[in-house]
Design a protein around this ligand. Structure first.
Ligand code: ZN
Length: 163
């Protein structure tokens, strides 16, 4: 049995049989949260979130890539979000690899070198600042006045703002 089969079985006995009870796709707090896919980050718990309150965009690193900007543009223009949180974290996998080492590894295994940036970083605060800057300078986002960045400590649960 695969892990996906396990999930489907859980769903049969799980609580979410009815409608999601959120009447609109517009997040009620009008906030978008960009964060890493790291399984240790409990995004809902970190900010005490309820379903329907925010958009949550996750990728490796919690980086404002072109595709995240795409989602944020739709989030702001069509779904009413006005503020953006960038939350990266301690001991992120992206701080333990480099652009070249990862690309070399993939190229050696597959014969193809990825055309996309890995977005590896050494200092997480610098990476948060870079993503905040990309958002603030994006012509595709109409609302850029309320962009704040944070580092989440996966060991302690602490949250540190980055300026
Ligand atoms: Zn991470």
């Amino acid at each position: 049995m695969s892990a996906i089969d396990t999930l489907l079985q859980r769903r049969v006995s799980g609580p979410d049989h009815g409608a999601p009870e959120v009447p609109t796709p517009v997040p009620s707090l009008h906030v978008a949260v960009v964060t890493c896919m790291d399984a240790r980050i409990k995004v809902f718990d970190v900010f005490g979130l309820a379903h329907g309150e925010v958009h949550i965009l996750r990728n490796a690193g919690g980086v404002a890539t072109d595709d995240v900007i795409r989602s944020l543009s739709i989030s702001q223009r069509k779904l009413g979000t006005r503020e953006i949180v960038i939350m990266q974290h301690t001991s992120c996998g992206l701080s333990m690899i480099t652009e070249d080492s990862f690309k070399d590894e993939v190229e050696q295994d597959t014969g193809l070198r990825p055309p996309w940036a890995i977005e590896a970083f050494r200092e997480v605060k610098d990476s948060v600042r870079q993503s905040m800057e990309r958002v603030r300078r994006s012509p595709f986002l109409p609302h850029r006045d309320h962009v704040r960045g944070f580092v989440y400590d996966v060991a302690t649960g602490g949250l540190t703002e980055v300026f």
